[in-house]
Design a protein around this ligand. Structure first.
Ligand SMILES: *[C@@H]1O[C@H](CO)[C@@H](O)[C@H](O)[C@H]1NC(C)=O
Ligand SMILES: *[C@@H]1O[C@H](CO)[C@@H](O)[C@H](O)[C@H]1NC(C)=O
Length: 160
């Protein structure tokens, strides 16, 4: 084994070691959600296994960013809700700016390859592929030289 391979392998183990206890991102995946629903930097979570009630903690006081060509999002330092497979309800701590107003996202449901976000009277669906990567507070998905995501982002429309 040459040195490059050795260093690469060591780094791999160092990174992996940080993930021996499940993170908030693992919990999302356990319930069939993509990790990109949470921005980078989640510091912990609490989950009640019997009810699905959860709290996720972000290191930042307020985390905001915009998804290019789409929406501004804001995360509080504590995100709460109830999680079950393909269903996040009673969500609090995440808001989206639609036109000039901020709305709390109260529900996220996965239907096949689509995620449906609801702010109550309005909802919008986005392809799951838009959430495979975690956005970063401040710059979202275009940080540094990143090209960002190319997925198609729809508009919020009145729920029927
Ligand atoms: C989960 O929630 C139920 C109902 O609120 C409660 O009785 C139980 O103690 C909780 N379990 C944990 C581990 O917090
Ligand atoms: C909750 O359930 C998961 C998977 O079933 C398990 O790994 C974990 O230890 C449980 N946590 C608690 C607090 O019971």
């Amino acid at each position: 084994m040459d040195w490059t391979a050795f260093i690469a392998l060591s780094l791999l183990f160092i990174c992996a070691a940080g993930y021996d206890t499940p993170s908030a991102y693992d919990v999302l995946q356990q319930f069939d959600f993509p990790i990109g629903l949470l921005p980078k930097g989640a510091t912990g979570y609490e989950l009640n296994n019997s009810t699905g009630d959860f709290k996720a903690y972000l290191g930042e006081k307020v985390c905001s960013f915009s998804l290019e060509g789409s929406y501004d999002l804001k995360y509080k330092s504590t995100i709460k809700g109830k999680i079950s497979k393909d269903k996040l309800t009673k969500l609090s701590g995440v808001s989206v700016k639609v036109l000039l107003f901020w709305f709390d996202i109260v529900e996220v449901r996965r239907r096949g390859d689509e995620l449906e976000f609801s702010v109550g009277i309005l909802s919008a669906s986005f392809g799951v592929e838009n959430f495979l990567e975690c956005p970063q507070c401040g710059c979202g998905l275009i940080c540094g030289n990143d090209q960002g995501r190319n997925g198609k982002l729809n508009r919020f429309v009145a729920s029927s």
